[in-house]
Design a protein around this ligand. Sequence first.
Ligand code: SF4
Ligand code: SF4
Length: 316
Amino acid sequence: MKLAVYWTGSCGGCDVSFLELGMGLLEVLSRVEIVFWPALVDAKRRDLERLPARSVDVTLVNGVIRTAENKEMVEILREKSKFLGAYGACAHLGGIPALANQVNGVTEIVFGPGFRPGAPLGEAAEDAPPELLPEALSLDEVVPVDFVVPGCPPPAGLIARFFEAAFAEAISPGRIFAGEKALCEECPRTREDRRLTRIVRPHEVQPDPEKCLLDQGIICLGPVTRAGCGAACPKGGMPCTGCLGPTPKAGDPALAMLSALASLVRAGEEGESAFPEENKILDSLVDPIGTLYKYSFAKYGRPLLKLARKRQEVRA
Ligand code: SF4
Ligand code: SF4
């Protein structure tokens, strides 16, 4: 199998995640011919451009699409590949880097006024950094994507499942290599009192090791996230932050989770008199966008952004 792996706007964790296969990696490497994988073998853009169209069997792209160069590279990879997949949460949903879409002019805020990425740097214009796109994008907003191996980074079991399907030539279009059901279904923690009387952050409490974290007031996205990692984070004492992406039933993960929270939150007696207190509990959720759209803001956050900008205009 001719394989290409490419990294766009990424932390590098996805490239490293293949090591999670352990000894299984040896078998994978014995069955693939690496035609392009800059993190592993020296290859340049011109080498990729020389390949005939559709000569790569499978390409895995990890990372968010953030620069003009990212966009050009994945367009070339698309042309050269029979199957092209989003590997990891950034390529799948925009990932953590796409939270920057909340802010206009993010580079000026970070690097200071007047900073223009992509502008010629004196004599060294050839080495200038690539132009930033106005927004961080998920891979499927730029090129058609055949399949997804989700996660931040993808867990070993799902990587193995993907290679099994690829070697058997059984990658069906649109396939997401994770479960359709919610993560709660594979979580060993016990769920009892589905009443939320407070919201706390993980570092503020010592949670009971057996009980559901959400029942203890810690925002865990298990009810709206795809199963497939064996509930790795709740098993380790931390809430699920949604890296495998939302279940088909949940759709927009933040809206689905807000809806769940609104029905779980309870303050004192039932009825309208409890609403102000219940609102206070919901207001204590710190950084709702970063919590509920941690990996998926590029994909699902746009209507919210539009609304916020419209409000700003109206206020102005
Ligand atoms: S800890 Fe999270 S994943 Fe486990 S049952 Fe509770 S909400 Fe679901
Ligand atoms: S528990 Fe949630 S955040 Fe953790 S690996 Fe699984 S899907 Fe990702």
